[in-house]
Design a binder for this molecule. Sequence first.
Ligand SMILES: Cc1cc2nc3c(=O)[nH]c(=O)nc-3n(C[C@H](O)[C@H](O)[C@H](O)COP(=O)(O)OP(=O)(O)OC[C@H]3O[C@@H](n4cnc5c(N)ncnc54)[C@H](O)[C@@H]3O)c2cc1C
Length: 558
Amino acid sequence: MYQHDVLVVGAGLAGMRAALAAKQAGADVAVISKVTPVRSHSNAAQGGINAALTDRGDDWKEHAYETVKGSDYLGDQDAIEVLAQEAGRAVIELEHMGVIFSRGPDGRLGTRHFGGQKRARTFFVADITGQAMLHVLFEQLLKAGVRLYEEWFVTSLVKENGECRGAVALEIASGKLQLITAKAVILATGGCGRIYEPSTNGLIVTGDGMALAYDAGAPLMDMEMVQYHPTTLKANGILITEAARGEGAYLLNGKGERFMEKYAPTMKELASRDVVSRAETTEINEGRGVNGCVLLDLRHLGRQVIETKLSYINEVALDYLGLSLAEQPIPVRPGMHYMMGGIKTDVHGATFVPGLYAAGETACVSVHGGNRLGANSLLDTIVFGRRSGEASAAYAAERDAPTVPESVVADEERRIKALLDRSSNGDNVAKIRLEMGGVMNENVSVFRREEGMKKALDTVKRLRERYDRVPVQNKGKVFNTSLIFGLELGYMLQVAEAICASALSRKESRGAHSRVDLPERDDVNFLKHTLAYPTNDGPRIDWLPVTITQWQPQKRVY
Ligand SMILES: Cc1cc2nc3c(=O)[nH]c(=O)nc-3n(C[C@H](O)[C@H](O)[C@H](O)COP(=O)(O)OP(=O)(O)OC[C@H]3O[C@@H](n4cnc5c(N)ncnc54)[C@H](O)[C@@H]3O)c2cc1C
């Protein structure tokens, strides 16, 4: 058994920032991660991080307003104000830690333009911003002496008298289950993108923390809000960063027209992501696409810009399509990218379960509402990572050490043994995972309708029944990745069910939740958050009002 004040689950940007803050506040902190920290999905972030810096005449209120508008008025405005006000500090702090942000010709930190915002306020490191940030934070973590449980997989949370008091985890290298108790736990486990197939997300992004919290009694908020990114590759879902359009790339249809002029006359390619994804899907559905895609044209930017500021995606285009961005437009289409919903928290990361905190993509503070602005997610991980670290350390300082009995490990051992003991029945984890991904991508995506969402919910329920009988092929102890895949699938199915049920209950169109059968936004009845709780009959949906401070809902035009 291991014991700490604060246990952070997840070593992406949110988890590392949280751990550093808790450590600096004097807590004994440990971080646990199912993969080597720098392989967390944060590593894949390309485009950048938003902040309104006053030294260049920008104003946090403008950033906050555009975030509220981007969210289709579903974001909580008190939380958005915190995000925008603390953004400058977050970026400068990262710079001081050693993140080598790209600079402009005048030597100052450079910015690029991102969607849904009138000003260029996205700070970046070429098109590898996440990687640069993650490596620097990892160095800081090592320097601070934070204890790391690397390649340990959390299988359940531990509660005592209603409070969260630690977790049980599988040490992947040995197959041993271990109890780690803590006075407070922070879930920073990232999103759940792989519920969809394809997705821009890494294979490990399977919603573990969302399912763990949901099971422990912390509701999931706004789970119907799933972001489709406008520019992904058809064959494999790989992301082509919004920075391409930020630097000036055009979207063209099969007739060579810049079709965004029709849908968003002012912002065009840089309208909010939900708007651009719908426009592309409409062009494709109405026969103006190119083999199920539209074209992203960077040729007019010239080789110099492409090779210095967008070299990573240039390589991606060469490797996967055999095309050079400087010579030819590339086919792209909307693809599943980000989960706006998540574990409901306040602005200090606290969930509804005492002692349990959440930060980063797994959490819903909520700053993204119905649609996240590009480059606001990295910001979310840093701002609310730090806040949850500070709050959990303060909470832990007031608590006695947990007295969780070792027997919780034996219970968990029995559960996992039962999974391993199942005999072959012709079904397998990969098949169920693919079926889930396909049905979600077809029915709970850019455009939705009642029958489709019902079909997805029914399918997920049936897949859960099959999951309860599916065998894990490898029965071994050491590095049993098929066991991990099996456990992850359980989490994904649970979260998928919450997504479908939440989507069915929102009977309007707002942000990423666009219903063909109910195309209008309905502020009278649905200016509120969905909250999903598990019951034996599937998710129960409750509602919570949206916090509005200074921006009343208006029609959204770009
Ligand atoms: C391709 C791509 C590009 C992106 N580009 C941008 C961008 O330019 N700007 C922007 O703002 N946003 C971007 N995003 C979104 C942003 O990167 C993510 O939302 C953010 O990095 C998530 O960080 P996180 O710390 O919450 O989680 P992650 O970085 O996903 O980390 C999750 C951590 O949890 C651990 N974990 C999960 N489950 C378990 C378990 N059961 N047991 C133990 N450990 C577990 C993992 O090991 C990992 O360390 C992008 C996303 C993708 C996919």
